[in-house]
Design a protein around this ligand. Structure first.
Ligand code: FAD
Length: 461
């Protein structure tokens, strides 16, 4: 059990990085007390709001996070926005160490004219919409067009493509929000083009996600055979994961499938395909400027030096008609508090092995530490690394734990004065039960609450 003189660590952000950092700390050091502060009333970050609803197995990590939250020396305080409700400096006064694990809540923009037109969305917002992120509740994307163009060829792009094209019957028993399901049921989108600025050898997705696309019921791959000229010859020299990915891509794009698969493809009503060597130049508006009707793409060629391969515009352009443009070119972290160093070029907190540079007692983990790439397992390892660094500093005495700190008591008092009431893990469990109850009647694992006000009402009922 924690005592007044226990070392106290607080973690900012209740996503995978926050929970894995907390887990390693409480497991490794028997006296440390860890408190997690999370902006939303609900925990788990992108596991709840990013991971696709048809990937329920990925969300099993929630069980481990729940065990951590229920640990005697760990506590969860949702509904607390650090940087706004409480400053990082105030947290540093109340704790021996502060770990920043607040993820990457911004997104890279294309920087082309027309980007703000109706019909153009970031993948981040689109994903937030179908996953019930409160701030994206009112996005209500218009799906009444035939063709959608997705910019970017990573796993998030493929998640979006898959959700747009999946038969609603597959989605209806997932935790996708009901408004998104209703909207997808009426969707007219029949063709999704997944555009990348480089070639087939540079796609950024992994094989699992590509395999899911290739076998997605009711759809067929539709690619340009000419994009794959010479690719088969390169296979031998490729590292194994890239080789397998490229083989699958070739199979979907150019090989004649066996009869059963041919039949399946011929009867498919919807199509998807990669488009390579294209960069966005402009989103084309309708005559009355009220929405998008297409996208102008620059045609690229590749240049390379050693391992590096980059796209160079040829000067040629190509217009593609579409009613929906989704840019999936990356998330980025945002600065949280002026007192915390921030690398505005790399969009991360500058750190050495998780120690925030020139800031004793400040640490970071997860996407805000290394940038918005990598699966949950990558985030786990990186969070364990940060926890190790922190524990090492405690052991070595470079992190001072000799003074008594007020911890969550001090912060809760401060928040109370500011009219902010935290949502504790037991409060979240009430939200969780309510969501499960609402889901049950629809054959879903849960029906997410979409509104922060409603979450708070259920939490404090
Ligand atoms: P996050 O998960 O973003 O957590 C950050 C948390 O900090 C959030 O809860 C946020 O609300 C909170 N926060 C932000 N600002 C503040 C503040 N000021 N005060 C307090 N709290 C704050 N990985 C897989 O392994 N499999 C998948 O299928 C998969 N699918 C993905 C799909 C999408 C669309 C995305 C974007 C990612 C996916 N990932 C997947 C990757 C995985 O989600 C990340 O590796 C992981 O979530 C990163 O963890 P994090 O804790 O750094 O960030």
């Amino acid at each position: 059990t924690p005592s007044a003189s226990s070392p106290k660590v607080c973690i900012v952000g209740g996503g995978p990085a926050g929970f894995y950092t907390a887990q390693h700390l409480v497991k490794t050091r028997p006296d440390v007390q860890v408190d997690i502060y999370e902006r939303l009333p609900v925990p788990f970050g992108l596991v709840r709001f990013g991971v696709a609803p048809d990937h329920p197995e990925v969300k099993n990590v929630i069980n481990t996070f729940t065990q951590t939250a229920q640990h005697a020396r760990c506590s969860f305080h949702g509904n607390v926005s650090v940087g706004k409700d409480v400053s990082v400096q105030e947290l540093q006064e109340a704790y021996h160490a502060v770990v920043l694990s607040y993820g990457a809540e911004g997104n890279m923009t294309m920087g082309v004219p027309g980007e703000d037109l109706p019909g153009v969305y970031s993948a981040k917002d689109f994903v937030g919409w179908y996953n019930g992120l409160p701030r994206n509740r009112d996005l209500r994307p218009d799906l009444m067009c035939e063709t959608a163009v997705i910019l970017g060829q990573g796993n998030v792009a493929l998640d979006v493509a898959r959700i747009l094209l999946s038969p609603v019957d597959i989605l209806k028993n997932t935790d996708i929000t009901q408004p998104a399901l209703d909207s997808l049921a009426k969707s007219r989108v029949r063709r999704v083009l997944i555009v990348g600025r480089r070639g087939p050898l540079q796609v950024a997705c992994t094989i699992k996600e590509l395999r899911e696309m290739v076998s997605l019921p009711g759809t067929r791959p539709q690619m340009e055979a000419s994009d794959f000229e010479g690719i088969a010859k390169t296979l031998k020299a490729l590292p194994r994961p890239r080789k397998r990915l490229t083989e699958l891509l070739l199979k979907a794009a150019v090989e004649t499938p066996e009869e059963k698969e041919l039949e399946r493809r011929n009867s498919a009503q919807k199509a998807w395909g990669f488009r390579f060597l294209r960069s966005p130049v402009e989103i084309l508006p309708s005559a009355d400027l009220t929405r998008t009707t297409g996208i102008r793409l620059a045609v690229n060629r590749l240049e390379s030096k050693g391992e590096d391969v980059w796209a160079v515009a040829t000067g040629e352009v190509e217009d593609v008609e579409c009613g929906l443009v989704i840019s999936s070119i990356g998330y980025k972290s945002l600065p949280i508090d002026p007192a915390v160093p921030f690398d505005a070029r790399k969009h991360i907190i500058p750190n050495t092995m998780g120690r925030v540079q020139q800031s004793a007692g400040l640490y970071c983990s997860g996407w805000v530490k290394r940038g918005p790439t990598g699966v949950i397992a990558t985030t786990m390892n990186d969070s364990f690394d940060t926890a190790r660094t922190l524990l090492h500093d405690m052991d070595q005495g470079t992190l001072d734990i000799s003074t008594v700190k007020g911890g969550s008591k001090e912060v809760t008092a401060l928040l109370e004065k500011r009219g902010v009431k935290p949502v504790l893990f037991s409060d979240w469990e009430k939200i969780d039960s309510e969501e499960s109850r609402r889901g049950e009647t629809r054959g879903k694992p849960r029906e997410k609450l979409l509104d922060v006000g409603e979450m708070l009402k259920v939490a404090w009922a």
